[in-house]
Design a protein around this ligand. Structure first.
Ligand code: F6R
Length: 622
């Protein structure tokens, strides 16, 4: 959460910073601000609201300079006001910082700084960082250190961060020390971009602001502080001192953020799913051996055969994909599998056999809880893999191996194509693990044939869009929804409910359909639509009975059913048909009308589909 951007070089900094913040806005959009250094002064412009509000402010009241930092905020501590927006000022303006993360011991540190005479202007946790760095900088000067030396500033930052408990990505500039920016990381991502044309450096929470400038990057690791000028960049580890930066070349820094003909990123990304699934499958099917192949698992088939338990750990939509993965792994690979909320797993201590393998499932690769859960499992010595979309993200880099989704950038806050890509990757993995165990060659062949057909079948499913919009027009006024599904479609029901609540602010709950009579059926009335995911399959008649129970209580029913199902139209109020596919592939088609339904309902309710309130795309705080 929160996007950070910084620049030191020869260009006008405000333009790069504001453009960079636009690209990082998915990380938070409660407020935005920049600070630009120019001739012993730092000009700050900040404002509650979106980056466009900041852009207007800067246009009306410009700042100049070629060194600067910027921030887009997802509020954790303190309301979303102009004053609480970053950048924050330390002391009497000597230091200016932007921060991503949470300083957990900020209350105590604030009290200590207040007794030293520091005046707090905001109700954020971040402001203590600015004052603390200022305090230690002044202390160093009292001890006779050169105020303008980079070493003095570095020391002040080192002493400050040693006091912080929690997470931070901090970027700082000093009013009296021109042409240098400092960056420190603990738990919140920061990446440096190396300018190609002339001497210049960029810094940001991820590489997206570097599009068009550079694809050469250096990731700052935890416990490291970077000292960055236009022509030099040094990394200092808190314990081991100066380290050699390793430069990574990104294949492509994605510039694929145009909306094209779509009104919203979410809709664009829903429609990109055939291509995303195609990309996820590309190069990973081994027809000859009727299995999948992966370049990045970094384990031999013999080592993989020894795995006796799998844990998928994730949050939100990625956790739902993990649930589908559990069913796939147990069906095809016969390996006992569990799905753990990362936020729970990181603090739980479940018994795990020596040969338990952990998969962190994450679109962004930066989710704080998922990262912490993966680290905890790695610390205990378990092989820890990532199923991740964002190349070079922290989880992707720290995992022992893994699979990239290749879904392309997902900008809309509501995850859509990442979900179906995760399910596709998990299907390939289950096939692979199955084939090194008991899954037969013909069975592998059959799965591959069906998987190959999925991009086309998803394309066909998308044809329901107009019909789903009509349904949404009839139903967008309801304030409570139930979502029901069973087996592979139970996670789909959970995901459908999450999609609806997060972008349209309608209360929605997902359940395994048979659980309904153990409580949720009490909610059924004429004002509570139930969305039943009821495609063909072994327990179709059972789900139909659940559906009838709702109809018997006058609950409106929207059904997601297979083409050719003649019975359903007599029972449900609305039916959205999807292609008839094998049960284990159904989530790839049944989730699509649910994504579209939540999209159209949210649009009809006038909600900000791509930037729903209180949310952010990348959840880098606990
Ligand atoms: C919902 C959504 C979130 C994310 C969750 C995990 O649409 O996007 O629930 O799935 O925050 O994010 P990642 O997958 O980036 O770890």
């Amino acid at each position: 959460m929160c996007g950070i951007v910084g620049y030191v070089g020869f260009r006008p900094a405000p333009e790069f910073l504001i453009d960079g913040l636009r690209r990082l806005e998915y990380r938070g959009y409660d407020s935005a601000g920049i600070a630009v250094q120019h001739c012993d002064e730092i000009g700050i412009r900040k404002r509650a609201g979106r980056v466009e509000e900041l852009a207007k402010l800067v246009e009306a009241n410009p700042v100049e300079g070629s060194v600067g930092i910027g921030h887009t905020r997802w509020a954790t501590h303190g309301e979303t006001t102009d004053i609480n927006s970053h950048p924050h000022v330390g002391g009497n303006g000597e230091v200016v910082i932007v921060h991503n993360g949470v300083i957990e011991n900020y209350v105590k540190l604030r009290e200590q700084l207040q007794t030293l005479g520091y005046v707090f202007r905001t109700t954020t946790d971040s402001e203590i960082i600015a004052h603390m760095i200022c305090h230690y900088w002044l202390e160093q000067i009292k001890l006779g250190e050169d105020p303008e030396s980079h070493e003095t500033c570095l020391k002040a930052i080192q002493l400050s961060v040693a006091r912080f408990k929690g997470t931070y990505g901090v970027v700082a500039i000093f009013r009296d020390i021109p042409d240098v920016i400092f960056a420190a990381r603990m738990g919140s991502p920061l990446v440096i971009g190396i300018g190609k044309i002339r001497n210049e450096h960029f810094i940001a929470s991820d590489a997206s602001p570097f599009v068009g400038y550079t694809n050469e990057v250096v990731y700052i690791n935890d416990h490291e502080i970077a000292v960055i000028t236009a022509d030099r960049m040094d990394l200092h580890h808190q314990e081991s001192g100066k380290t050699t930066p390793s430069i990574h070349t990104l294949d492509q820094v994605s510039s694929d953020i145009d909306l094209g003909d779509f009104e919203h990123y979410m809709l664009k990304e829903i429609f990109e799913q055939p291509e995303a699934i195609e990309n996820c499958l590309r190069g990973r099917i081994d027809e000859e051996s009727a299995t999948a192949r992966f370049g990045g698992l970094n384990l031999t088939p013999r080592e993989l055969r020894q795995i006796d338990r799998i844990i998928f750990t994730a949050c939100g939509t990625s956790w739902h994909a993990g649930l589908v993965g559990e069913y796939l792994f147990e069906e095809f690979a016969r390996i006992p599998t569990e799905v753990e909320y990362a936020s729970e797993l990181r603090y739980r201590n479940p018994p795990m056999s020596e040969d338990t393998m952990v998969f962190a499932i994450t679109q962004s690769g930066e989710t704080a809880d998922t990262l912490a859960a993966m680290r905890e499992c790695k610390r205990k010595g378990h092989k820890s893999m990532a199923i991740c979309n964002v190349v070079g993200s922290t989880i992707a880099r720290e995992a022992d191996g893994g699979i990239y989704l290749h879904a392309g950038p997902e900008i809309g806050v509501a995850s859509t194509k990442a979900f179906t890509s995760q399910v596709t990757a998990l299907t390939l993995l289950a096939l692979y693990f199955g084939r090194i165990r008991d899954l037969s060659y013909p069975a592998g062949k059959r799965i591959i044939k069906m998987l190959r057909a999925m991009p086309e079948l998803i394309q066909q499913t998308l044809a329901c869009n107009d019909h789903v919009r009509d349904v949404a027009e009839r139903y967008f006024g309801f304030n409570n929804y139930l979502y029901m599904g069973r087996l592979y479609n139970f996670p789909v029901a959970l995901e459908g409910a999450l999609k609806l609540k997060e972008i349209s602010y309608i209360h929605a709950e997902g359940y395994p359909a048979a659980e309904m009579k153990h409580g949720p059926i009490a909610l059924v009335d004429e004002q509570t639509p139930s969305v039943f995911v009821v495609p063909h399959g072994g327990i179709y008649p059972k789900v139909m009975s659940n559906l009838e129970e709702v109809k018997a209580r006058r609950g409106p029913v929207i059904a997601i059913a297979c083409e050719g199902d003649h019975r359903i139209s007599d029972l449900a109020d609305e039916v959205i048909f999807v292609p008839d596919v094998e049960e284990f592939l159904q989530p790839l088609v049944t989730s699509i009308p649910l994504q579209l339904l939540s999209y159209h309902v949210a649009v009809l309710r006038g909600c900000n589909v791509d930037r729903p309130r209180n949310l952010a795309k990348s959840v880098t705080v606990e």
